[in-house]
Design a protein. Structure first.
Length: 173
């Protein structure tokens, strides 16, 4: 199988999984950093300086993600997605260089891994100006918090509802 055929096969598998709304169940344990937060100077890039901390959702390490493993079916498309644990490590690095907004984005992204891709796209569209009422945005925030445990993302949507109201860019019912 050529490299192009392999890439095409992976893309087909990812698209099929997106269509089914399936997600791998994260089972990898949280990364061990010996109690210290990561920082840019010593720990970035993670794949080079701490490859042992970067794992797939099923716990495979970077050294196990090889072309041969993909060809043999040992690595699935779902396993090349980033995990909440890796996003948390990236958030720590962002904080170490005084980038709190980037760190917050990484943490919201970590929460969103549990949300089906199709629902994320619906929420994205709902957050566009004049697409949703305040009540609809607050309902989305409640769904994020209660159904998916995405508290930071829910707070972000609630804040958007308030800002949209102040800027008069909510859809009127």
């Amino acid at each position: 199988m050529s490299q192009q055929e392999l890439i095409s096969a992976i893309v087909r598998e990812v698209m099929a999984e997106l269509g089914n709304g399936q997600k791998a169940t994260p089972v990898a344990p949280p990364p061990t950093t010996n109690g210290h937060k990561l920082n840019y100077r010593n720990d970035y890039p993670l794949a080079e300086k701490h490859p042992d901390l970067v794992k797939t959702a099923t716990g495979k390490g970077l050294e196990q993600i090889t072309l041969d493993a993909v060809l043999n079916g040992e690595v699935t498309a779902e396993e090349i997605r980033i995990t909440p644990q890796t996003l948390e490590l990236q958030a720590q690095i962002a904080e170490s260089i005084d980038r709190p907004q980037l760190a917050a984005s990484f943490r919201r992204a970590a929460e969103m891994i549990a949300i089906p891709d199709a629902r994320i796209l619906e929420i994205y569209n709902a957050l566009r100006p004049n697409r949703s009422s305040k009540a609809e945005l607050l309902a989305i925030a409640d769904e994020l918090a209660n159904k998916y445990g995405a508290q930071k993302t829910a707070a972000f949507v609630r804040e958007a509802a308030e800002v949209y109201e102040a800027r008069n860019v909510l859809r009127e019912d």
